[in-house]
Write a protein that binds this ligand. Structure first.
Ligand SMILES: Cc1ncc(COP(=O)(O)O)c(C=O)c1O
Length: 406
């Protein structure tokens, strides 16, 4: 029997978790634009514009700044599989789920992983990173900027300097901060930095912006092996072939260069989305946007604290755009989250690993890093908590947050 199901017709939900978030209307419109062939000069022009836009978003001069088709983790995987060969040493800075993700992907590359661990809810001491780098002399140091699992933002500046001193490449996962907190790639001296659209950039997931320094590109091109059906001789590198075809950055860079050497079929609608996200960000201005995210995050913190709740983790290193709130004793963790949705059409985030069942994660990002979204979320949370038996003082959360916006 043929089944067709209904047209997509869900309620307009306010997405206040750690991502995805509601997409900017301009980005939705860009995604509905008709496709072009991937070698159409109009389309390759859009590709070049996208490169120029993301250089500004990443605050870099890197020529190699483009998109990986796939979610943020696709860009992470492309970065790691293209730099690491079996037996290479990598130091992973880890204080959360996404630090562990970097180590897992590096292990799948058969690299030798040295973890420099911090406790969840803290960041890692750069001195510990330096000690490990001095001892191991890795090819790569891999680090998460904002780890949404703990809401901590690792200071990167010091790590960039360490990597240059010991001639290691520095990879940074900025999925959760790009477009909301400053990601100054060149000032950090980072070699490869990746992002995602679905958080502060205000788009859907499915495209991973990436930027690559010349010295990292040189290493990657040293492993260039052009796909068999495309090779015309002369372009095969002598390094070990990159273990993934799809995530082979040497081939993807050839595709994004003037050579336009065919690789995948560029995901045109996602490119349109990524291009529009960057246009929206840059039209607002990076500094204004960072300040808007910081203000919305501060309002969330003020609001939940005024309700009598506790914010999780080291506040000195908290990401501005996501807040983890400890669930008070006596309330049903899952039911609070569910009632936010069923009664108010608001999504807040649950947590992973050691924090599962302990904190809710509230994001204020992109179009939702604004007063109305924060106040609605706090008002709803207060009501749900009171229904669940927690005595949040009436109106205190909204009042405290409103003051931050005043
Ligand atoms: C810091 C960080 N890195 C990586 C990812 C993975 O992103 P994606 O789900 O788009 O693959 C996320 C997603 O939440 C994240 O927060």
């Amino acid at each position: 029997m043929t089944q067709t199901f209904g047209e997509l017709d869900h309620p307009a939900r306010l997405l206040m978790g750690p991502g995805p978030i509601n997409v900017h209307p301009r980005v939705l419109r860009a995604m509905s634009v008709q496709l072009l062939g991937q070698f159409d000069p109009e389309f390759t022009g859009y590709m070049n514009e996208t490169m120029a836009l993301y250089r500004q978003v990443f605050q870099t001069q890197n020529r190699w700044t483009f998109l990986i088709d796939g979610t943020s983790r696709a860009a992470i995987e492309a970065a790691l599989v293209s730099t690491l060969a079996p037996g290479d040493d990598v130091v992973v800075v880890n204080a959360g789920r996404f630090g562990l993700l970097l180590s897992e992907i590096a292990e799948r590359c058969d690299a030798r992983v040295t973890l420099v661990d911090g406790e969840w809810g803290t960041v890692v001491d750069p001195q510990a990173v330096e000690d490990a780098v001095k001892r191991v002399r890795p090819r790569l140091v891999a680090c998460v900027h904002g780890d949404t699992s703990t809401t901590m933002a690792q200071p990167i500046e010091a790590i960039g300097g360490i990597c240059r001193r010991y001639d290691a490449l520095l990879y940074v996962d900025a999925t959760a901060t790009i477009g909301g907190m400053s990601v100054p790639v060149d000032a950090w001296q980072a070699d490869i930095v990746t992002g995602g659209l679905q958080k502060c950039l205000g788009g859907p997931s499915g495209s991973g912006p990436i930027t690559i320094s010349d010295r990292a590109a040189e290493h990657i091109f040293g492993r260039r092996h052009v796909e068999k059906g495309l090779a015309t001789g002369g372009t095969v590198g002598n390094g070990r072939r990159i273990a993934s075809n799809y995530f082979d950055l040497a081939m993807i860079m050839d595709y994004w260069s003037d050579k336009r050497l065919n690789h995948h079929t560029e995901a045109a609608s996602m490119l349109f989305a990524a291009r529009e996200c960057a246009r929206v960000v840059l039209e607002e201005g990076l500094e204004v946007r960072f300040a808007r995210h910081a203000q919305a995050g501060a309002a969330v913190v003020a609001g939940v604290e005024a309700m009598g709740l506790q914010v999780y983790g080291d506040q000195a290193h908290k990401m501005t755009n996501v807040t983890a709130v400890l669930a008070p004793a006596g309330v049903d963790y899952d039911r609070v989250k569910a009632r936010m949705r069923t009664e108010f059409e608001i999504e807040i985030g649950a947590a992973f690993g050691p924090l599962a069942g302990k904190v809710w994660r509230i994001g204020a990002m992109g179009v939702n890093a604004r007063k109305h979204a924060v106040l609605q979320t706090l008002a709803a949370l207060e009501a749900v908590l009171r229904w669940e038996g927690f005595g949040a003082p009436a109106g205190a959360g909204v009042d405290a947050a409103a003051k931050v916006f005043a």
